[in-house]
Design a protein around this ligand. Structure first.
Ligand code: 5AD
Ligand code: SF4
Length: 355
């Protein structure tokens, strides 16, 4: 074995034992192309996940409540300026019906995800959360609705929401500018994340891997930010172009880099909930399984009404059927069984390490 290979294997051991590397060491790991080394990284991360969670994968029912968005992120098919999309908003009752269906299928977490839109004072969301909390007292409610006022975050929390997903997308100010119009500010995104955590939400953040102009140094910055923030959830998926966006002709992110980063996060944050994302499953037919074998422990099948799923196209060819669909739980069960895993039906709240 070469000295260089030995060095990098020992970095992985160090990361597992100390949960921390310095910036240059993360960079070295991210630049590594040696398959033996990367297999070792994934195996270590998988082992850490299995030690903590067993060979069990939490499921979250994803309800895409609206594809209307006021923002204009350059990468996303739901952006305001995309006119080639049929906009919809699910009604209060339609969302409750999704929860009911999900509950019967065994889901105990509902994720309400939607474009960032102005709904007056936000009381519509508060009533919705309160109603779900009342009807499904044993379920976790996760929100993924973007940047809101602190008071609204607080009201939603008081109404019974438990978790909030808000990816920071990139921690590098210039890169953030390259992905978003100037009306969106990185400082505000980070401020929202801090507030969510202060309020008491189990807060998730994350990034797209391989978004246009992203460099390995940006990824290192993201790792350092996430280490500092200590999120309850980390969402990472490859960037995938959407044909009606300014980034239509940009290449998709790398599955390998996504998996390497996923494993690094698992080794750094053993207790964190890390999904094998739909974007991974969209880019590769075995993406979900590879995510799990690299340390992921959550999947988020789609519980949205089938008639609207194609309209929630944040990127091209987004998977929403088969094992990515709530009604496909049997298929998911079979696919997990094939790699020696099973579905965990409980709520699966974040329980920070006490070891
Ligand atoms: N490719 C991959 N992920 C995307 N997202 C938005 N657009 C894309 C895309 N084209 C991700 C962002 C956002 C989440 C809801 O979806 O990270 O936070
Ligand atoms: Fe809107 Fe979110 Fe898409 Fe940006 S990523 S355009 S905020 S739905």
């Amino acid at each position: 074995m070469t000295v260089q290979k030995e060095n990098i294997l020992s970095l992985i051991d160090k990361l597992r034992n100390e949960r921390l590397l310095c910036a240059d060491e993360y960079k070295e790991l991210l630049l590594c192309k040696d398959t033996d080394v990367l297999n070792y990284l994934h195996r270590q991360a998988q082992e850490v996940a299995v030690r903590r969670f067993g060979r069990r994968i939490f499921i979250r029912g994803l309800i895409e409540i609206s594809n209307t968005c006021n923002n204009n992120c350059y990468y996303c098919g739901l952006r305001r300026e995309n006119r080639n999309i049929a906009r919809y908003r699910l009604s209060h009752d339609a969302i409750l019906a999704c929860c009911r269906e999900g509950y019967l299928l065994g889901f105990r977490t509902f994720v309400l995800q939607g474009g960032e839109e102005d709904r007056g004072d936000g009381s519509w969301y508060v009533d919705l959360v309160a109603d779900i909390r009342h009807r499904f007292p044993d379920c976790a409610i996760t929100l993924s609705l973007g940047e809101k006022r602190r008071s609204l975050y607080q009201q939603l929390y008081n109404a019974g929401a438990n978790r909030y997903l808000l990816r920071h997308e990139t921690h590098h100010a210039l890169h953030y500018r390259q992905l978003h119009p100037t009306s969106m500010r990185l400082e505000h995104r980070l401020q929202c994340l801090t507030r969510l955590k202060e309020i008491g939400y189990q807060t998730g953040t994350g990034i797209m891997v391989g978004s246009p102009r992203q460099t390995v140094d940006h990824l290192v910055e993201d790792i350092l930010y996430i280490k500092k923030f200590q999120p309850a959830m980390i969402g990472i998926g490859p960037f995938i172009p959407h044909k009606d966006t300014p980034f239509a002709h940009e290449p998709a992110g790398s599955i390998e880099t996504t998996l390497n980063l996923l494993s690094i996060f698992r080794l750094m944050h053993p207790a964190t909930l890390i999904p094998a994302t739909t974007a991974l499953a969209t880019l590769a037919s075995d993406g979900r399984e590879r995510g799990i074998l690299a340390g992921a422990n959550v999947v988020m099948p789609n519980l949205s009404p089938v008639a609207h799923r194609a309209d929630y196209a944040i990127y091209d060819n987004k998977a929403s059927l088969g094992a990515e669909a709530a009604e496909g739980l049997q298929l998911l069960t079979n696919k997990l069984a094939a790699i020696g895993y099973e579905i965990a039906y409980e709520r699966g709240d974040y329980q920070p390490a006490s070891e």
